[in-house]
Design a protein around this ligand. Structure first.
Ligand SMILES: O=C(O)C(=O)C[C@]1(C(=O)O)C=C[C@@H](O)C=C1
Length: 164
């Protein structure tokens, strides 16, 4: 059987998967509030937090900026698709809505620290010849549906430093 690859890669992709899952709740809150998906000041806050925390986690600020930019792009992609589906249906699911500012963003902030810990652990594998294979298998194993798979492909772009 093909190996799943290093646990450090699997753990990192799992947390990215959790972050995209939070994007579903963000989209529900934006459906209700009518706020745009894209919030540039918040993106700036997320990236600034990542780059300033990174050295404390033995992660380079450059990689933190790149990786968290990819997480934000993946999150927006998923939100746009959820909102388009709900627009087509004329209604959104009735799930309980957590509050964006007091509940959802703090979850994303907590995940940011988890991701930074896992980035440090995964860093050595970025240059491995099998990196793309490991990442692709972690996505295939973890994505519950096609949208989450596409979002994870976006979230993991530039994770491996080797060419395909
Ligand atoms: O916090 C939000 O409002 C989100 O939509 C989440 C998020 C993110 O991924 O961190 C994504 C898009 C926004 O432009 C800002 C931040």
């Amino acid at each position: 059987a093909p190996t799943a690859g290093p646990q450090a890669i699997a753990a990192l992709v799992d947390s990215m998967n959790q972050r995209v899952a939070v994007g579903y709740k963000v989209a529900l809150s934006k459906w209700d509030s009518g706020k745009p998906v894209e919030d540039k000041p918040r993106e700036h806050t997320v990236i600034m937090a990542a780059t300033s925390l990174a050295p404390g986690y033995q992660v380079s600020p450059q990689w933190a900026e790149q990786l968290f930019s990819a997480q934000i792009e993946a999150n927006k992609l998923a939100q746009y698709v959820y909102l388009a589906d709900w627009a087509a249906a004329g209604k959104a699911p009735g799930d309980t809505r957590p509050d964006l500012l007091t509940e959802i963003r703090p979850q994303l902030d907590t995940l940011q620290k988890t991701l930074l810990v896992q980035m440090a652990a995964a860093a050595p594998y970025r240059q491995a010849a099998q990196c793309h294979t490991w990442v692709a298998r972690a996505i295939a194993a973890g994505a519950p549906d096609n949208l989450r798979r596409v979002a994870l492909v976006r979230a993991t772009a530039e994770l491996c430093t080797t060419p395909h």
